[in-house]
Design a protein around this ligand. Structure first.
Ligand SMILES: O=c1[nH]c(NC[C@H](O)[C@H](O)[C@H](O)CO)c([N+](=O)[O-])c(=O)[nH]1
Length: 194
């Protein structure tokens, strides 16, 4: 196809002060890992600080909407409170997050989130049901919370398709879609900032 192509990143955005969330499933870990690394590296190239990228995991893609919903809500609650009000609540977020002085908000709200999952078709209808539920679920989370949730779910028929979309294909290397998701998270995070 001469038309289908990746969305090139738009002009550079200043996301240096923004916080981002990445929630990734652990199914198909060998594909998940390059996707997540690609997203993080791309975001850092755009000026995002690594300590402002919170990474959480869930068992499978079906858990992505719930985890994104809860973590986005927790970060929004904490943004309006101080550490003393919400001691222990930070366990929902990155445990490595630097402890803020009690007068400062424990965490800031996330500018955007990326939900990363790899669905590979098996011999049953499981794939279709999860894929449909996750797509609708993630769309609902972003519209309900007002925080962009970038769709980082690969829906593949074969292992090789998934590997190529993480830039680690065996037949041809392919392109790491995690990089595009990192760019999309920065762009939407800046453009939808309130
Ligand atoms: O992320 C995935 N989860 C998968 N299933 C687990 C599912 O996401 C839930 O974790 C599980 O159903 C428990 O809710 C997959 N398959 O079943 O094939 C898959 O390919 N990828």
């Amino acid at each position: 196809s001469t038309v289908k192509g990746l969305a090139p990143p738009a002009e550079r955005f200043d996301a240096s002060g923004e916080r981002f969330l990445i929630v990734h499933a652990r199914w198909n870990e060998s594909v998940i890992q390059p996707l997540v690394e690609g997203a993080i590296e791309t975001m850092i190239k755009s000026g995002v600080k690594r300590e402002n990228i919170v990474v959480e995991t869930v068992p499978g893609s079906y858990e992505l909407p719930m985890a994104c919903s809860r973590l986005i809500a927790a970060s929004q609650i904490q943004a309006s409170a101080t550490a003393t009000d919400l001691m222990g609540a930070s366990s929902l977020l990155d445990p490595a997050a630097p402890a803020a002085p009690s007068s400062a908000p424990l965490t800031g709200p996330f500018a955007a989130a990326i939900a990363v999952g790899v669905l590979i078709k098996g011999s049953t209808q499981h794939f279709e049901y999860i894929s449909e539920a996750v797509s609708h679920g993630l769309m609902r989370v972003q519209l309900d919370t007002g925080v962009p949730v970038i769709y980082g779910v690969l829906n593949c028929n074969t292992d090789e398709q998934a590997l190529q979309r993480a830039g680690v294909g065996k037949e041809t290397k392919g392109h790491n879609h995690g990089e595009d998701w990192g760019n999309a998270a920065v762009e939407l995070g800046v453009k939808t900032k309130r």
